[in-house]
Design a protein around this ligand. Structure first.
Ligand code: 5AD
Ligand code: SF4
Length: 424
């Protein structure tokens, strides 16, 4: 989501006549897009800002994103060389903020969260010529006890289905074949227009845009994840075989403390829908270890859940206390060393599961979109519908313009994080 925000910011400024340069050294204006989901990400912002300052006298510096939204004008105290602070809901005001700087204001901010015009970006400068992101919903109305997002990205705002479809058609005309729909919680999408599409209908419609061959979406919330999504995937082969469904914990006690609004049993019902699908759906998740009050028994239940679901991959994190969040007030915070121990055990266990899952692909012929060529290994890099990396060799000479094309590849070997094969 942050990567796509940067693409939108760059597009908005280029539309106003700004140009993008290769390195911060060459720039007159340096905008730093930031994340505050965990403390480590936030710490990085301030050390990076100091680094920039040393090498870049006389430039204008701005801080964007969630740290900007969260810290607001305090950023000017911590990093006095910064003159612009702007959160994601106010990016459409960036050109005006920059004009204010040029006309002599020393410090400007865009921190309002009630902006309605979030989606009307005049231009987007995309990094990848084949795969594109489209935002369908901004903000989050949930209140997970650990999460800073509702405070930094504000309440949910859905984008009209026709606007999403128009962007998808435009992308197809430009030669994009893969689209990833984005939102903090795509399942709570509510079409504000008369068409009144559900999320599953929108997903299906994007998958039917001529020229679009692959559609993915992230991220889902188990509470709002409906069976109609899996039904749409069963019917429409252009919807990728991949669902990211963050569980956070396998313990009902911890899920309740996290205010996740579902139980392990509710979650497993959704996993069953996927396992019963006609498609071979890759399932991935997010897990937090060491949430306040997480006992050894709770943690064991998370380990058991990994085995039960057999995830294709996971993103796992040590719980990190965030400003303003309800979890700050909970008792029984877990020491960092213990969080680290649990994280290592979890990741070890998952590694074994992935090795097993990936080995099931050996002998299959999978369609990949070619992402590039790895000179060091002499292999092409491909991505399967399940979003697995499949490195492969081909009889065609290297240097052929294969990137962005679709090929069939036979899987010969499997590791925990990727597959290896040859084009057929
Ligand atoms: N500490 C650790 N992990 C967090 N996440 C969100 N907030 C926190 C936090 N305070 C994780 C969740 C979420 C993912 C994007 O980041 O697992 O799904
Ligand atoms: Fe954060 Fe929960 Fe909203 Fe996801 S659903 S962004 S974890 S509050």
């Amino acid at each position: 989501m942050n990567v796509h925000d940067s693409e939108k910011v760059i597009g908005t400024l280029m539309d106003k006549g700004y140009g993008q340069v290769e390195t911060p050294e060459e720039a007159d204006l340096v905008l730093y897009n930031t994340c505050s989901i965990r403390d480590k990400a936030e710490q990085k912002v301030f050390s990076r800002l100091q680094e920039f300052k040393r090498h870049n006298k006389g430039k204008t510096f701005g801080v964007l994103g969630c740290v900007a939204q969260q810290e607001g004008e305090r950023i000017f105290e911590k990093a006095p060389h910064v003159s612009l602070v702007c959160g994601s809901a106010s990016y459409n005001h960036l050109p005006q903020l920059l004009v204010q700087l040029e006309t002599g204001n020393r410090r400007v901010t865009g921190l309002s969260l009630d902006t309605e015009d979030t989606f009307d970006t005049p231009m987007t400068r995309r990094d990848n010529p084949h795969r594109a992101y489209i935002t369908i919903i901004e903000g989050c109305d949930k209140a997970c006890a650990y999460c800073v997002v509702p405070y930094t990205r504000g309440p949910e705002r859905s984008r009209a289905s026709e606007s999403v479809l128009a962007e998808a058609r435009q992308l197809a005309e430009l030669g994009y074949s893969e689209i990833q729909l984005l939102g903090q919680n795509v399942n709570s999408y509510r079409d504000p227009s008369a068409a009144a599409f559900t999320f599953a209908q929108l997903l299906d419609a994007v998958g039917r845009v001529p020229g679009i061959r692959r559609v993915r979406f992230t991220t889902s919330h188990p509470r709002d994840f409906g069976k109609d999504i899996i039904d749409a995937m069963d019917e429409n082969p252009n919807l990728c075989n991949q669902v990211h469904l963050p569980v956070q914990s396998g313990s009902n006690h911890v899920l309740a403390a996290m205010q996740r609004l579902y139980t392990r049993e509710d979650y497993m019902r959704r996993i069953e829908w996927m396992k019963n699908s006609r498609r071979n759906i890759a399932i991935t998740t997010d897990i937090i270890v060491g949430f306040p009050g997480e006992s050894e028994r709770d943690f064991d239940q998370t380990l058991a859940l990994l085995e039960e679901v057999e995830y294709d991959s996971i993103f796992s994190f040590k719980y990190s206390p965030r400003p303003n969040t309800p979890a700050l007030g909970l008792d029984d915070h877990i020491p960092d060393g213990e969080k680290g121990r649990r994280l290592t055990i979890l990741q070890e266990k998952q590694r074994g599961i992935q090795l097993r899952r990936n080995a099931e692909y050996i002998g299959n012929i999978e369609e990949v979109m070619v992402e590039g060529f790895n000179k060091a290994t002499g292999q092409w890099i491909g991505r399967t519908s399940q979003h697995k990396t499949l490195n492969f060799t081909t009889a065609q000479p290297a240097g052929q313009p294969l990137t962005g094309t679709y090929l069939s590849v036979r899987v010969l070997r499997a590791g925990p994080n990727s597959l290896v094969g040859e084009a057929v």
